[in-house]
Ligand binder design. Structure first.
Ligand code: NAD
Length: 503
């Protein structure tokens, strides 16, 4: 894309020249490594105003009936359908993922909107049997208050939508601090939200959805602020550790979606054709920059020599190129720091006795300022500290196992616990993998790779991944407060637990 084409893309998303020319934050596109915009960041006092606006919005929005709140989300989904291609192109420009995946990311936004519309009529509480005669117990779910969403660069819009669609349907305004690397997508989404609010009518309060562009300092301010009852933070474990401590110290609630180090076990009973396809998509897709990217391949020794050369061969054929070109499967890393981190991990692996193939810089002639690479496979003698560390790049460490328990121990033997997979047609193996003593991850897949979750299930992971759950299933409960009620419709006042107390 040329400079002119960038501007056309911004204009299509409603982002005017003034918004990308005057600011203090330089935005670089990973596509060719050039600076494409300068956007304004949000200062401390702007943030305080935003929080005040969000509180005023909350007072009004919590009283709007939930199905009507769902209508706002329905309009958001409809508008996203109309703007899908425009937004996808900005996603590609901002974070460098290939256009096919960027379209998938916007589709995920649409899907979660559909889910949240249905949810807006299903914010069910229970009725509970009371031990006291003439009494009834029930629980109700009420809106919680302004929700802060801190998001990572690699899913610049989907993460916001998993949170925002539920939060808004549940009666909460949202303040979004996008990654400072990908503010353009957030600006485009904010335009869409403004459009949705004006189409919705007067009962959509100003300040229902706001963005605060800035870096970690701004994120820390949100985490510290007593007036934000829930902080949903997606990013590195390092960031999550800080946010978790800050929010917990003020008794706030956090949803943490942090780093992953996802494995796939391939057993002798695997369909190897399926396995090769699943491995390449999960390990190479989004240039290995998904939290759910496949990073560790744990292969039974009897099929090792049948599988690993096939994966290597498939890797050689992966088309590398501009993420805008149809047919490209591997786009750039976010920047040259990411490429340096990849190189350094591969050098360490080599020193540790790993056999490295791939991992070379690519397309240097065409994009000297960007960070394209060939995907790397590293056959490792053991699961070292390096292998147990998330390097955000397309590096696949391959390990051998003999006994099934050994494979499970390797799979679970890392600090992260996001996603996992087994490739096997043996029911006993797959069920052991899914049982209580099997995978310790939040996501455990059978005969598909660890990446590419659907929105219907709760998404998140254990251990250093942070324990949060977003998106489907009952993840909505995190965005509400639960109230338990006991109603006495008798003329007596019996006490619980048979206590008698008669003055
Ligand atoms: P990052 O931690 O550098 O930044 C993420 C966000 O946190 C940014 O908005 C950043 O400004 C903010 N931030 C950083 N330090 C902060 C602090 N101390 N207080 C408050 N906010 C702070 O992560 P990144 O490089 O943008 O993203 C890659 C990481 O995100 C990987 O580790 C990846 O696995 C993880 N990730 C996890 C999920 C998930 O759902 N589990 C999804 C996407 C990405």
């Amino acid at each position: 894309m040329t400079n002119h084409e960038y501007r056309v893309a911004f204009a299509a998303a409603g982002i005017g020249d003034a918004e990308i020319e005057a600011g203090d934050l330089a935005v670089t596109t990973p596509v060719d490594g050039t600076v494409i915009a300068h956007v304004a960041t949000c200062g401390s006092s702007d943030l305080k105003d935003m929080i005040e606006r969000a509180h005023r919005a909350f007072e009004a929005w919590r009283m709007v009936p939930a199905p009507r709140r769902g209508e706002w989300v329905r309009l958001l989904g409809e508008t996203l359908r109309e703007e899908k291609e425009t937004l996808a192109r900005i996603v590609t420009l901002d974070c460098g993922k290939v256009l096919q995946e960027a379209r998938g990311e916007v589709q995920e936004m649409i899907d979660i909107c559909d889910f949240a519309v249905g949810l807006s009529r299903q914010l069910y509480g229970r009725t509970i049997a009371s031990e006291r005669p003439g009494h009834r117990m029930l629980e109700a779910w009420h809106p919680l208050g302004p929700v802060a969403v801190i998001s990572a660069f690699n899913f610049p819009v989907a993460v916001w939508s998993w949170n925002a669609a539920l939060a808004v349907a549940c009666g909460n305004p949202v303040i979004w601090k996008p990654s400072e690397r990908t503010p353009l997508t957030a600006m485009a989404v904010q335009k869409i939200c403004d459009q949705v609010s004006s189409a919705f009518g007067d009962d959509a309060p100003p300040g229902l959805c706001q963005i605060a562009v800035g870096g970690p300092d701004l994120g820390e301010e949100l985490a510290r602020n007593q007036r934000i009852p829930l902080v949903s933070a997606t990013g590195s474990t390092r960031m999550g550790r800080q946010v978790a401590g800050t929010v917990a110290a003020r008794f706030g609630r956090s949803i943490l979606e942090l780093g992953g180090n996802n494995a796939m076990i391939v057993t002798p009973a695997a369909d190897l054709d399926l396995a090769v396809r699943a491995i390449v998509f999960s390990a190479v897709g989004t240039a290995g920059q998904r939290c759910t990217s496949l990073r560790r391949l744990i292969v039974h020794e009897d099929i090792y020599d049948a599988l690993v050369p096939r994966v290597r061969e498939a890797y050689r054929k992966v088309p590398i190129g501009s993420p805008f070109e149809e047919g490209t499967l591997l786009g750039p890393l976010y920047d040259r720091d990411a490429r340096d981190a990849m190189r350094s991990a591969l050098e360490t692996a080599h020193r540790e006795g790993g056999i490295v193939s791939g991992g070379e810089p690519a397309l240097l002639d065409r994009y000297p300022d960007a960070a394209y690479v060939t995907p790397a496979i590293v056959e490792m003698p053991a699961q070292s500290t390096l292998v147990a560390t998330e390097t955000f790049a397309p590096i696949l460490y391959v390990l051998k196992y003999r006994e099934f328990d050994e494979a499970i121990a390797l799979q679970n033997g890392v600090p992260q616990g996001l996603s996992s997979a087994i490739m096997s047609t043996d029911l006993r193996e797959t069920e052991r993998f899914l049982a209580a003593a099997g995978s310790d991850c939040g996501i455990a897949n059978v005969n598909i790779g660890p990446s590419g979750a659907e929105i219907g299930g709760a998404f998140g992971g254990e251990k250093e991944t942070g324990g949060g759950r977003e998106s489907g299933s009952d993840a909505w409960k995190s965005y509400m407060r639960r109230q338990t009620t006991t109603i006495n419709y008798s003329t007596d006042l019996p006490l619980a637990q048979g206590v008698t107390f008669k003055p």
